[in-house]
Design a protein around this ligand. Structure first.
Ligand code: AMP
Length: 283
């Protein structure tokens, strides 16, 4: 049975003991309201590790002042029950005051990878993510950490955090888990009314069209317009619908891997999604 730990010092001690005993440690950071997308990360961590810690922490510093921090779904008992079905050793659920003992007096500043797309729409978001992820990596000094491709830009931010700060943890990015109609699973899907839920699939249709038109060699700007229109036709207010370099997230002309990234509001709910596009040579 998984041990629930609130105290950061105890959490860190458990991981250090496990490492001293030669165990491979996996770590899955989450904000709770767990769904099969999160559980896939946990399963992968369990497959590849001797012991696994999952954190459940709604990080106030990654939410903007008008965002959904207060109403973000919190359901720790249900999360715990789900995690009990997996072979998880520790559930780390610290208090905000223990993660931020001096408030938000220290904050990781990001340039480039954190400035565009989500970073433009949600100023400070990735600084909040990078700050909490660094804190969590210090408290859960695992060998590997597991993040979802659904939050693609976040995976690039974490990758850069690890590389630039020389952290000794390996990032594993796991594929997006989807509902039967293709909608990416998200804790925020629970906000959708049944009508919004039906229309939300427009975000997936936009990505499917992007793949198809990319294969057909349509110019990128035209594909982006089709993606935007596909979402708007379902009532989305679109934040962005772009095709960029998958690593730098810049709209470069180079031949590296490209990715289609989309974000928008349906009603009051903000959804994001993405899909990697085949290499030019594979078209
Ligand atoms: P969150 O609780 O939303 O902060 O997400 C915790 C982790 O789960 C992040 O690495 C997310 O990218 C990942 N995640 C969320 N939804 C999905 C999904 N549908 N498929 C795969 N991973 C996901």
């Amino acid at each position: 049975m998984a041990e629930t730990i609130r105290d950061p010092k105890i959490m860190r001690a458990r991981i250090l003991e496990a490492r001293a005993a030669g165990k491979r440690v996996g770590f899955v950071p989450t904000m709770g309201a767990l769904h099969p997308g999160h559980l896939r990360l946990v399963e992968k961590a369990v497959e590849e590790s001797d012991v696994v810690a999952v954190s459940v922490f709604v990080n106030p510093c990654q939410f903007g002042p008008n965002e959904d921090y207060e109403r973000y779904p919190r359901m720790f008992e249900a999360d715990k029950t789900l995690l009990e079905t997996k072979d998880v050793q520790w559930i780390f659920t610290p208090d905000v005051k223990d993660i931020y003992p001096h408030g938000d007096s220290i904050n990781i500043a990001l340039r480039e990878v954190g400035d565009s797309l989500e970073g433009l729409i949600r100023p400070g978001h990735f600084s909040g993510v990078a700050t909490v992820v660094l804190k969590l990596f210090n408290l859960v000094p695992a060998h590997r950490t597991y993040f979802g491709a659904k939050d693609w830009q976040q995976t690039r931010v974490v990758k850069q955090l690890i590389e630039d700060l020389h952290l000794s943890i390996e990032l594993v990015v796991c594929p997006t888990v989807r509902e039967a109609d293709g909608l990416a699973m998200s804790s925020r899907n629970s906000y959708l009314s049944s009508d919004e839920r039906r229309r939300a699939v427009g975000i997936v249709h936009a990505l499917e069209k992007a793949k198809e038109l990319w294969q057909a060699n349509m110019p990128l700007a035209d594909i982006e317009s089709v993606m935007k229109k596909t979402m708007e036709d379902q009532g989305f207010s679109v934040d962005y619908a772009v095709i960029v370099d998958a690593e730098s997230l810049k709209p470069t002309q180079c031949t590296g891997q490209k990715i289609a990234l989309v974000a928008g509001h349906i009603g009051t709910t903000r959804l994001i999604d993405n899909c990697l596009l085949s290499h030019e040579s594979e078209k």
